[in-house]
Each structure stands twice: as C-alpha cells, then as structure tokens.
Design a protein around this ligand. Structure first.
Ligand SMILES: Nc1nc2c(c(=O)[nH]1)N=C([C@H](O)[C@H](O)COP(=O)(O)OP(=O)(O)OP(=O)(O)O)CN2
Ligand SMILES: [Zn+2]
Length: 119
C-alpha cells in the first residue's frame, strides 16, 4: 500500500455552541489540516495521485474557510464548528474528487490538540 499526506492550513474565527467554558466565546485558530490518501495502484509514472492535484483540491476547500467566521458558513450554521466536524467536512469534500483513495483528515486547532476523521 501507498499512503500520501498533504498539509495545508487556514485561519478562521469560531465559537462552540452548547459548550460551557471559554470556547463558547468568539476566538480564532490557525488550523493545520493533514489529508491522507491510500491505494495500492500506481500509474505508469509511479504516482498514486499527483501531489499537485491533492494540494489544488485541498486549497480550494480551505480557501472557502479561510478568514471567515465559521459559525456563519452555510455548513456550520447547523453543525458545530468543532475540529471533529471540520475534519469531516473537509474529508467529505475531498472524497467527492478522490473517492476510495481518501483515508482520513486530521485537523489541528493548536500545536497539541487535533481531531481525525476516517470512515
Ligand atoms: N474535542 C474537542 N474539544 C474541544 C474543541 C474541539 O474542537 N474538539 N474545541 C475547543 C475550542 O475550540 C477551544 O478553542 C480550544 O480550547 P482549549 O483546549 O481550552 O484551548 P487552549 O488552547 O486555550 O488550551 P488550554 O489548555 O486551555 O491552554 C475546546 N475543546
Ligand atoms: Zn476554538
């Protein structure tokens, strides 16, 4: 098997609904996002998927989340913008393009806390 990892980041503001503590207040994060793809078949060039394609797709998704107030984003109006839910959102979007090669998405909200989504 081969596993690819691409890392990117975005910055945005949010607050957590239904949460008691400082995170119920508006604050921001520099989110670091790792996406993982896996497969066992390489193309004739020896690539599972060109990193360029993965980076392009991920950037498109993260550009929509960058420098916004996440709670007002269409998807997160009804879904709490936790790291877990952000990871699933990015995973589902990436899966539209990379289908069965998608394995997981990890979202770091700080240097020492991350959530991972996989099926
Ligand atoms: N499982 C999750 N727990 C928490 C999430 C989350 O997305 N998933 N999010 C938050 C808040 O967004 C908050 O910003 C982070 O809280 P906290 O860890 O308290 O942040 P600090 O960096 O200030 O950490 P300290 O250890 O308190 O210094 C909360 N939990
Ligand atoms: Zn937060």
């Amino acid at each position: 098997m081969y596993r690819l990892r691409v890392i990117d980041s975005f910055a945005s503001a949010h607050f957590l609904r239904n949460y008691e503590g400082k995170c119920e207040n508006l604050h921001g994060h520099n989110w670091r996002v790792e996406v993982y793809l896996e497969g066992d078949k390489l193309n004739e060039t020896g690539l599972l998927v060109d990193f360029k394609e993965i980076k392009k797709e991920l950037k498109k998704i993260l550009d929509e989340l960058d420098h916004i107030f996440l709670n007002e984003h269409e998807y997160f109006k009804n879904v709490n913008p936790t790291s877990e839910n952000i990871a699933k959102y990015i995973y589902d979007k990436m899966k539209e393009k990379f289908e069965n090669l998608m394995k997981s998405v990890v979202v770091w909200e700080s240097d020492n806390a991350a959530a991972e989504y996989f099926e």
